[in-house]
Design a protein around this ligand. Sequence first.
Ligand code: SF4
Length: 333
Amino acid sequence: MIDNILNPFIHQAYSALDGKPVSKALALDLSKLEGPDILDLVSLANKVRDKFCDDEHICTILNAKSGQCSENCKFCAQSSHHEAKIDEYSLLDTEEIVARAKFAADNGVRSFGIVTSGLGFQKVNDVFQSILDAIDAIQEQFPELGICASLGMLSEETATELAKRNIKHYNINLQTNPERYNELIATTHNVNDRITTIELLKQHSIGVCTGGIIGIGETMEDRISLAFALKELDVDVIPLNVLVPIEGTPLEKSNGATIAEITKTFALFRLINPTKVIKFAAGRETIMKDFQGLLMLAGANGYLTGGYLTTRGRNTADDKVFQNQLNHFSSNK
Ligand code: SF4
């Protein structure tokens, strides 16, 4: 009976519930599903999340240093190559960073990410030392709060300092199909530079948070290639952003991706990476609007709360209500 109702590719993909993630060929077939079949795919992704993932992972980030970036990532408002109008500032004072961490801790957030614009840190210079000082102060005052960081590419020297502080996760995104990185994302650096930092993080036993962005002109095949690249790298957390086109960037007029495509992408990421934390990052409120809950049911088990680097998000209190409703779709709540 079920064989007649369920699309045969989805039927095949149920193997993911037995611990056999979908192959690339099957993922490509699933990516072509349309109409009501998409909701069957969502249902399977939710079951896989429910079976293999623990509690929801909710984090908040602070843009601790904004703009004036030497790189030319097409989607990013912080690049000095683009004309986007954003607040630009150098590294915030330690007191300000600690105050923002306190706000996160007071609101029940378990992970607080310090993010800085720029290519990264090869040396422990004054700016990097100030970030380390802020991490030390937060860890002393709020030992329950996990500290994450996203500071660009690292060297042995700077990775060692972060490892000493036992930070929870370090974020560095591959963004898209690695083979099309220069075409779709940036020409001022290469994806291999990012992969080198990921390998460094692993050598130092720092949790790796690496994901990408949807809606920059990539194909479904590119998205699937990214999902498999992340599987191969065995990253711990996969943040998925949906492009928020920002005036003054090369992608300001991008049509992005349809809600159906984005939903299928989230579900496929879950079927390809069944046990990983998949977080819905930028675009949740601004682009997905009424459909943000649908993506959370399509296999995501975490999200960013309280706003993004250069765009606003929903406040943490409203997100708690949202989470309580989502919990009804899990078996252990
Ligand atoms: S994504 Fe990061 S490296 Fe790229 S332009 Fe923006 S701040 Fe710079």
